[in-house]
Design a protein around this ligand. Structure first.
Ligand code: HEC
Length: 168
């Protein structure tokens, strides 16, 4: 029965092409078109950051320097508002798709040899602290295996710090 059906399809070029096109267009619909329309309607949330030129440069340096090798930036699930670090909401609000509107690419990351930078309870309070940490992570966190990024120029370190301050 099944074999007869396949034989008929294979024997009829027109039918074969039509069915192939149908299957192909269904694949395009589900993997390209539907996700496109589903994600096109997101509105920016207060956490969506339109990067300044300096923050954008920091993002590029973040990618180039391999920070993502050790740090992920995962979405925060509803548990985040229950909060377990110090007090509820400490690690930041629940993530929404609109938070990521201007991030391309996103740095969700796969590895977590260092802290997830979207779940840091008590963050370094300012850009200056960030820079001190980059120059000598050991000084702020004895025993850390985060390498020093002192080989980057002051300008570049400032740019990375400016970018990191946008991670909330
Ligand atoms: C070899 C792994 C590794 C690499 C590469 C790395 N880090 Fe880290 N990072 C760590 C570890 C481990 C910690 C936790 C201890 C500490 O604070 O030093 C950390 C801590 C941090 C913190 C502090 C988080 C907090 O508690 O507030 C920031 C911010 C940070 N890293 C940013 C970066 C940036 C930006 C880069 C790239 C320029 C980078 N890291 C590269 C391992 C790494």
């Amino acid at each position: 029965m099944l074999k007869q059906m396949f034989d008929r399809i294979e024997g009829n070029t027109g039918l074969l092409v039509a069915l192939s096109l149908l299957i192909f267009s269904m694949a395009i619909l589900t993997t390209v078109a539907l996700p496109y329309f589903a994600t096109n309607n997101y509105q920016p949330t207060p956490l969506a950051v339109k990067y300044t030129a300096q923050q954008m440069r920091g993002r590029q340096l973040y990618a180039q320097s391999g920070c993502w090798e050790c740090h992920s930036q995962n979405v925060r699930l509803p548990e985040s508002d229950i909060g377990t670090v110090h007090q509820p909401g400490d690690i930041g609000a629940v993530s929404h798709p609109g938070d990521y509107l201007y991030q391309n690419p996103t740095f969700f990351g796969q590895h977590r040899r260092g802290p997830d930078l979207m779940h840091v309870g008590t963050r370094w309070p300012s850009q200056e602290w960030m820079t001190i940490h980059f120059l000598n992570p050991e000084r702020l966190n004895p025993g850390t295996w985060m390498p020093s990024f002192g080989y980057l120029s002051k300008e570049n370190l400032d740019a990375i710090s400016a970018y990191l301050m946008t991670l909330k």
